[in-house]
Design a protein around this ligand. Structure first.
Ligand SMILES: C[S@@+](CC[C@H](N)C(=O)[O-])C[C@H]1O[C@@H](n2cnc3c(N)ncnc32)[C@H](O)[C@@H]1O
Length: 289
């Protein structure tokens, strides 16, 4: 039985038919289980606590269970939590693709749902590339890239001091001090002050700012050609027209800045709400003229 199936059967056993409201809303981050509370639910806090206790008893390795009571909000993309069961601890070691990451679920953004994307992008990075990750969090993309590919350097920026401090720890934890260079601050400012004309590839894994910060991503490129991974939110339609529209949106943004796309692919990274998807556009860009 997969872990998803185990969670489903525990939720059914403990909560009966109401278990269907939550079983797919569970994330395991290291030894912490997070249940994302549905916006509308008939389940009470007591129901969630009973489920939390059952998860501790039945899922090997789960030591602490939290209910996420808000969506990700604010510039740091964090959530609010209520403790449900087990240890009242919010930090853990999260493992992905052979790397280890110290995280604190209340202070930084982290989700295992980006695991495939981290590896996919890492596999696109060529030997000796310089990468700029403008919204790096605790450094998951940057460190997976450093461990999986052979980049010369990965400049890894975050504005949240807690994410930055954990990123510094994670760089040491994964022995990539000679490759991943942490920067604390607003990505626009850090690029303008330290990283103009250095990069072969730029990552923008923050849909709120990816299009707005495109001028700084372009400035970070060595030029006249490079790659930028734009993460944006798109309304999904029944066909896959939104994936083409995502490319058009990115294309017109870079054209407004004097660049153009010489190559572009797009894919759904994950669903982030009813009818809403996070989409990545892998954009090959070159300067006009
Ligand atoms: C969605 S999270 C990044 C996730 C991370 N790349 C991963 O794969 O786990 C977005 C990050 O951008 C950071 N951030 C928000 N505004 C920023 C800014 N202006 N400059 C740099 N980082 C910023 C947040 O603190 C947060 O850690």
């Amino acid at each position: 039985m997969t872990r998803g199936m185990i969670v489903k059967s525990i939720a059914r056993e403990v909560l009966g038919d109401k278990g269907a409201e939550v079983w797919s809303r569970l994330e395991l981050i290291g030894d912490i289980a997070v249940i994302k509370k549905p916006i509308k639910t008939s389940l009470t806090l007591e129901d969630f606590r009973v489920l939390g206790e059952a998860l501790i008893r039945r899922i090997p390795g789960v030591k602490s269970v939290w209910l996420a009571v808000s969506p990700v909000t604010g510039p740091y993309k964090t959530r609010s939590y209520t403790h449900l069961a087990g240890e009242e601890r919010t930090w853990t070691i999260y493992r992905e693709h052979g790397c280890s990451f110290k995280v604190d679920i209340t202070r930084v953004f982290v989700t295992p749902r980006l695991g495939y994307e981290h590896l996919r992008v890492a596999n696109l990075v060529g030997y000796g590339e310089v990468v700029v990750n403008m919204f790096a969090g605790v450094g998951v993309f940057s460190i997976v890239i450093a461990r999986v590919s052979k980049p010369r350097a990965v400049h890894s920026i975050d504005i949240n001091v807690d994410a930055y401090n954990l990123m510094v720890e994670n760089i040491k934890l994964n022995n990539v001090e000679d490759i991943v260079i942490p920067h604390l601050g607003d990505a626009a400012k850090v690029v303008e002050e330290r990283l103009v004309g250095v990069a072969d590839r730029v990552l923008m894994p923050l849909p709120d700012l990816a299009l707005d910060y495109a001028p700084h991503a372009l400035k970070a490129l060595k030029g006249p050609r490079g790659f930028i991974h734009f993460y944006i939110h798109m309304d999904m339609d029944k066909g896959r027209g939104f994936l083409g529209r995502a490319i058009e949106i990115v294309g017109s943004r870079v054209e407004s800045l004097g660049w153009r796309l010489f190559k572009a692919d797009s894919r759904v990274v994950r669903k982030v709400g009813p009818g809403l998807a996070q989409v990545v556009v892998d954009a090959g860009v070159e300067e006009n003229g």
